[in-house]
Design a protein around this ligand. Structure first.
Ligand SMILES: [Zn+2]
Length: 90
């Protein structure tokens, strides 16, 4: 199922960041503050939490949900909890 069409509903601020020698494409929505990073191995955008000098991938359920929802237009309180469920990626 292609759920990436909803990603176009966000107001993206895109940038390239270097994390541990690897260049990553990062997008943050100016409205809801959700963050995604392009996972080249998986060939899709994945939800992330921005930590200092690294990204933490959020769980698959959050990635699927954020990727399948239209932009909520504001930062949602429940997104804070989603970020807490993330795990460290390095
Ligand atoms: Zn958004």
């Amino acid at each position: 199922m292609d759920t990436s069409q909803h990603l176009y509903s966000h107001h993206w601020i895109s940038r390239e960041v270097e994390v541990e020698g690897e260049m990553l494409s990062h997008q943050q929505c100016a409205a809801c503050r959700r963050d995604f990073v392009w996972d080249g191995d998986a060939g899709r955008w994945r939800a992330v939490h921005i930590a200092l000098l690294r990204f933490d991938f959020l769980d698959e359920e959050t990635s699927r949900r954020w990727g399948s929802e239209e932009c909520p237009g504001r930062q949602l309180p429940e997104d804070i909890n989603d970020r807490r469920r993330g795990y460290r990626f390095s």
